[in-house]
Design a protein around this ligand. Structure first.
Ligand code: SF4
Ligand code: SF4
Length: 373
């Protein structure tokens, strides 16, 4: 049975050891990171840099603690993420969200280059075939996956699987473009974006959120550049009038997340990746949206494990037991205690990504929870 170590977010004593950074230090020490990483070994600390306006990410103080723990055993860590918007802009987002070399104590780099197409094709599975894994994550021998737990408009739940799958893969490949990248998970076939003029309220949110500026409105008609579009799906997700749609399928999307995660993790030897889930500031949406709404579930704590499936199942089990937070979007959705909050928010079968990851051999949903702090 896989072990998941946990530290609660509650602070009951006025001591540093009872703070969240202090508890993370204890978790890292008790988990014996030296069992996984070697002196002088390069270790990627994979996180999500957030976006302009989405500040509820894994805070830099926590990344610093992870980096310090790796330095203490002589390893050489760096903090990284793949490009979500134009590379230079994404580094500036990281900086504005407090993630830079000075704050985290290690270099902060883009995992797939400034243009987001430094990657290698890796065998994935029945749905995706092959997928473009970022070159840095492909080549680095070891990784600590630091994931902010939250809801997600398409995945329902965003945790370690999504961080590894979407976050370890590029938006596009030099030769086969979006069809070999994240877009292959988001959409089907040619991924043609359809626009319903009758439903469109000309709010222009789709145009404003597009990371590539490939949506324009001319004489109140939407124009879209199919060749340049990454099929990231952001435009569809922010449209509150159902005027945009990319062809997709929830079941396929969840399973493709598991496949992509498997492809990314296949580039590592055994026992070279560990996972830290931060069940904090659990907001309804992905960290790549232009806002971070108020949390829908109270902070639960921090988990660490070497089993991606076990830590995801443990995280979800905590969320299922949690009460919905008042003064949040919960109230607009009439969600009450006992409900599956994330399921009711998104109406997406998020559990499939965990079940499929187990079926693909990435880990076990049976776990032992060890409360360390
Ligand atoms: S899917 Fe939409 S937001 Fe994403 S690149 Fe294409 S047009 Fe832009
Ligand atoms: S987000 Fe939707 S409603 Fe707003 S302009 Fe775009 S298509 Fe129209």
């Amino acid at each position: 049975m896989s072990k998941v170590c946990f530290a609660s977010a509650r602070a009951k004593k006025w001591k540093y050891e009872d703070s969240m950074p202090g508890k993370l230090e204890i978790l890292l020490k008790e988990f014996h990171v030296s069992n996984y990483f070697e002196p002088r070994e390069w270790v990627a600390v994979k996180t999500h840099f957030g976006s302009e306006g989405a500040h509820r990410i894994v805070r830099p103080i926590f990344l610093r603690k992870v980096v310090d723990a790796l330095h203490s055993i002589g390893a050489k860590p760096f903090v990284t993420d793949t490009v979500r918007i134009k590379g230079l802009d994404y580094l500036e987002v990281a900086n504005q969200n407090g993630i830079n070399h000075l704050s985290v104590g290690a270099p902060v780099i883009l995992a797939d280059g400034l243009y987001g197409h430094d990657n290698l094709m890796v065998k994935a599975g029945e749905i995706l075939g092959e997928i473009a894994v970022s070159s840095v994550i492909h080549d680095v021998p070891a990784m600590v996956v630091c994931s902010h737990i939250k809801g997600h408009i398409q995945a329902g739940y965003g945790g370690a699987i999504k961080n590894v799958a979407m976050g370890g893969v590029s938006s596009r490949h030099r030769d086969c473009g979006w069809k070999c990248g994240r877009g292959a998970m988001h959409t089907l076939g040619e991924g043609i974006l359809s626009w319903d003029k009758e439903k469109c309220e000309l709010c222009y949110q789709c145009m404003e959120i597009c990371p590539l500026d490939v949506i324009k409105f001319v004489n109140e008609e939407l124009q879209w550049d199919s060749n340049e579009c990454w099929r990231c799906g952001r435009c569809e997700r922010v449209c509150q009038s159902d005027a945009l749609s990319l062809p997709g399928n929830d079941d396929r999307f969840m399973r493709s997340l598991a496949e992509a995660a498997k492809a990314v993790l296949s580039t590592f030897k055994a026992n070279k990746v560990i996972y830290i889930n931060f069940l904090t500031e659990i907001q309804p949406e992905c960290d790549c949206m232009p806002v971070a709404d108020v949390p829908v579930i109270q902070d639960q704590g921090i988990m660490i494990s070497d089993d991606i499936v076990a830590i995801e199942q443990a995280s979800v089990d905590f969320l299922l037991k949690a009460a919905p937070l008042p003064q949040s979007v919960i109230e607009e959705k009439s969600i009450v205690s006992g409900d599956d909050i994330l399921l009711k928010l998104s109406e997406k079968p998020y559990h499939i990504q965990i079940e499929e990851s187990e079926r693909l051999g990435l880990g076990s949903r049976n776990y032992e929870l060890i409360e360390l702090a």
